[in-house]
Unconditional design. Structure first.
Ligand code: HEC
Ligand code: HEC
Length: 203
């Protein structure tokens, strides 16, 4: 048995979440497996359908908040980051890692259940802005070495399947809802998309 006092901690966190307004999404939402697309006979159509499923992760707020349209990160459901920070010149000195540490940090501050954290927390470069873009535009940018950090498809897969900032999206802490599925099931889908020609959706 735990000492009785420890039961207060989740209760306090829950109160905080209620004040903050929960952004938790359905934790049971799984990703479709590559096999479940076998019914689509045309290889390119199958690949496109897999990208649409991948986009459920890529366009999830846990990813988009670090891949915004401007040089300012977003938070929760694509809301303005509080406090205001920008990678533009004037507040560049306010490094992300002043507040974002190596791990998620629970807090008892009013309305904030946890400060997200992972090693090397930072904003994605401007060429990797995804907010406001169509799935087709995101797909094309993802494959473009001039925009994607000079990655080939194998390196894209490795980043999606292994990178720890990507992985954070399934363990966001506090009251934040995770991305659908798991990083492993997402990685399998990315590999199957590549194996079928890495086609982009029409829109
Ligand atoms: C904490 C911020 C952060 C989060 C959260 C984050 N990213 Fe990124 N992402 C970055 C940074 C920074 C880079 C640039 C890294 C580099 O080029 O080495 C990047 C680069 C990438 C790239 C490679 C570039 C490209 O356009 O192909 C992919 C793919 C990617 N992220 C996918 C994701 C996905 C999918 C998620 C959510 C599951 C996610 N990211 C969540 C910060 C983040
Ligand atoms: C002065 C402290 C501070 C600084 C500096 C800071 N952040 Fe934050 N950030 C926070 C806090 C606190 C939260 C949690 C807000 C909440 O959920 O209530 C947060 C949340 C976020 C989130 C939201 C995660 C999600 O999916 O909801 C992202 C993304 C983020 N910060 C990125 C950045 C980046 C990138 C930088 C550097 C350019 C940065 N932050 C600098 C304090 C800071």
């Amino acid at each position: 048995m735990l000492p009785r006092g420890t039961l207060l901690i989740p209760a306090l966190l829950f109160t905080g979440a209620a004040i903050a307004g929960s952004t938790t999404s359905d934790p049971s939402s799984a990703l479709r497996s590559p096999d479940s697309f076998a019914g689509i006979a045309d290889r390119t159509e199958r690949s496109r359908a897999m990208f649409d499923e991948m986009a459920r992760v890529i366009q999830h707020p846990r990813c988009l908040n670090c891949h915004p349209a401007t040089r300012e990160p977003l938070q929760r459901d694509l809301e303005r980051h509080q406090p205001a920070v920008s990678m533009d010149k004037q507040s560049r000195a306010l490094e992300c890692q002043t507040c974002h540490h190596e791990h998620n940090t629970p807090t008892f501050a009013g309305g904030i259940a946890s400060i997200p954290g992972a090693h090397g927390w930072k904003l994605a470069p401007a060429s990797m802005s995804w907010v406001g873009k169509s799935r087709r535009e995101i797909c094309q940018a993802l494959k473009d070495p001039a925009k994607n950090g000079k990655r080939d498809l194998a390196a894209i897969h490795e980043h999606m399947a292994q990178d720890h900032l990507v992985g954070w999206a399934w363990h966001p802490g506090g009251t934040l809802g995770p991305a659908p599925g798991t990083q492993a099931s997402f990685g399998a889908l990315v590999q199957a998309w590549i194996d079928t020609g890495a086609a982009c959706p029409a829109a």
